[in-house]
Design a protein around this ligand. Structure first.
Ligand code: ADE
Length: 233
């Protein structure tokens, strides 16, 4: 069965270099999201800008799976570094995703455990994550780390919150959609990968670094994603 690969970015800059590369491009708008269907380097894809945050991302993933029959979803975009060895334009590939702002801990659950799937760490597809790591290295990315990415409905710029997320979950980077996409994919039994390039250090300077580095980081990340899409089988 030919795979149909969903590619989700939260912001325009995260998908804007991929959409013009589509062959046989058609569009369908559902709600506020436009789904771009076509072929990317010979692979059937559907590309969309979900909007920022976990609900937007999960709904877009569900729509891609239910309406566009995506069999794999790749999340592309930028992230804030939690690991101090990371700099803007380095890459982080998720082996697992955690929702850092999800907690029923006062009721005795581990922080981050998601009701229904009963997981704190939601796994990404191992084969696609390895392909992403290889693709980033082939593209000459300075530093490529694989591990946990922490998602939440917060732009992280408070050093105390950053430290809490890192200490609690061991995350390498933070962003606002990956774990929601992994959550939706787990519910539907669809493979998923989260590939991110660092735009800032999730610290007190993140509000300045993000607008400085996000466009370049997003475009670099899209190059990694394109190579990964070619490798998916
Ligand atoms: N995406 C990029 N940088 C981020 C940050 N500091 N917090 C959350 N999401 C981000």
């Amino acid at each position: 069965m030919a795979e149909i690969i969903g590619i989700i970015g939260a912001m325009e800059e995260e998908v804007s270099t991929l959409i013009p590369a589509l062959e046989d491009h058609t569009e369908r708008r559902i709600g506020i999201v436009t789904y771009h269907v076509g072929k990317l380097d010979g692979k059937e894809v559907v590309v969309a800008r979900s909007g920022v945050g976990k609900v937007n991302a999960a709904l877009t993933a569900a729509e891609m799976i239910r309406t566009f029959h995506a069999t794999v979803i790749v999340n592309t975009g930028v992230a804030g570094a939690l690991d101090e060895s990371l700099e803007p334009e380095d890459a982080v590939i998720a082996t697992a995703l955690v929702q850092h702002d999800y907690s029923t801990a006062p009721l005795g659950d581990p922080p981050g455990r998601v009701s229904g799937i009963d997981l704190v760490y939601i796994p990404a597809d191992p084969a696609i994550s390895v392909a992403a790591e290889n693709a980033a290295r082939e593209l000459g990315v300075r530093r490529v780390l694989t591990g946990t990415i922490a998602s939440g409905d917060q732009f992280i710029s408070d050093p105390a919150r950053k430290e809490w997320i890192r200490r609690t979950y061991g995350g390498l980077a933070c962003e606002m959609e990956g774990a929601a996409i992994a959550h939706a994919c787990t519910l539907y039994g669809v493979r998923c990968a989260v590939i991110r390039t660092i735009s800032d250090r999730a610290d007190g300077k993140a509000d300045v670094d993000f607008p400085t580095f996000a466009v370049r980081a997003a475009a670099r990340n899209a190059k990694i994603v394109r190579k990964v899409v070619s490798a998916i089988r």
